[in-house]
Design a protein around this ligand. Sequence first.
Ligand SMILES: [Fe+2]
Length: 533
Amino acid sequence: MKQKHYLNRTTILLITTFLLCCAHITLYANTGQYTLTFRDDPASTIVIGWSGDEGTVHYGTVDEGTNHTAYPLTHGVDRIGNAHGHNRKFARLTGLTPNTMYYFVIYDIVGQVSARYKFRTLSDNPNDPVSYITGGDSRDGFKVFGLYVEDCPSGNCLDKRREGNILVSKIRPDFVAFNGDFVMNQITSNTFNEWDQWLNDWQLTISSDGRMYPTMHTQGNHENNQDNFHMFDVPEEEYYALNVNGGLLRLYFLNSEMNACTGTNQLLWFQNDLNMHATGGATEPFWKFAQYHISTFSMGNGYGLVQEQMDCWVNLFEQHNIRMVSESHSHVTKWTYPCKANATKTDFVPDPDGIVYIGEGQWGAPHRELDFPGADKKPYVRDQGVFDSFFFVKVNQDSTTIQCVKFENVNAVTENTGDNLGGNLPNNATVWSPASGDMIIIKNTTLSTPDENDLNNIHVFPNPAIDEVVLEFPQEVSNVKVELYSSLGKLCSSEIVSTKSHTVDLTAACSGVNYIYITEEDGSVQSIKIIKE
Ligand SMILES: [Fe+2]
């Protein structure tokens, strides 16, 4: 019996060794942790990234499922990225047809085939709209002896990150502009595992039909220099601009880990690129937006002003008609009225011709407190709060709309089904709905004749209001009807206005939510939600 027992143990050991061996082969024969990156023209190129084995991308515009030999095109690995123990393979596809769905599988070196995925190239036609998600800060909370010492309200910051990722899969954006701070990457953490988790969690962004969403990335302060280059194959300098939909939008990705003034390579590149796409020039895009990780003036507790960015970037934004800036880093949420730097370059002030700033990085990262809460809110900040979220931006030639999507009731959100560029949010997504309204609309004033769009950048303040609210039109108006209604539809006041600035008396108005309806001479109407305190 004793001998038999010994043999059994040997057999078990051999079997175990064999299984471990096979498991090892299986692990490295597989590919996984798939990503898509735009590093060049998004209408005709894309980077397919993965972890695991080397392989060949088989692709085409017809869905051949996992039958890799049926795809007409193939492309091998162009580059391998190495960071934090991860070994990333990148196939840089070129010569793609704009605004076209592509299907692909990865056939690896031991003959295994991945699942079938698909992506859509962006357009080369600025008449086509585009919709994208911008947001950042998906790192976990800091822990001591396994316990969070930062505020992760759900008990686990990574759960909220995953909810945001699932929302991506349901929204089906045309791309995701991720604004830095992926993982903790600090001395006490295991950065290999953190990136492993991040890349695994990113697979939740893949829709149920295998559609994937290309990303663009900025560097956060929790990334090492060139982490994004090695993990996603963004351009090596980690600052760049992409031309979206053939001149509809020039999107700048700035690196706030470089000093905005003394990081001269970046600054000179930025100045030059803005000049190359100057307002009024032949290559002027319809829109210019920028994003970077660290907010120029943060609403998060204790962060405040980054003077170098105010001095050396904001002036360029304003000179070159950048209309929207997406920021991150301080784990609170804000959106501003159009605003500009003040005279001393120490803060912003509302200005109808200014820039809308949105942010500041709540893709699951631990929550922070507002620096200017309640009545201390900055006058140029339209709304602020603390909740997990990202922004959904839809760009047409004549207008850009911005919505803030909360990571709430994610499982109940219906997955969009369309694949056309410029889609909308699913109807039951939870959208931030503060008193000032649930959407920011920026009109493209360079396109507009005064008669068409002169009322689309009305500055309304204060809101909430007590006795009166001021409507500041972008220019003098003529015979505009301003009506104040209660939320139940009761007309509280009605006036005909022909000025640039008009004060609405609220003393006779109903308390609570009110709506100001502004009717132009041509009959077009817009409404503004007002809270009367
Ligand atoms: Fe950060």
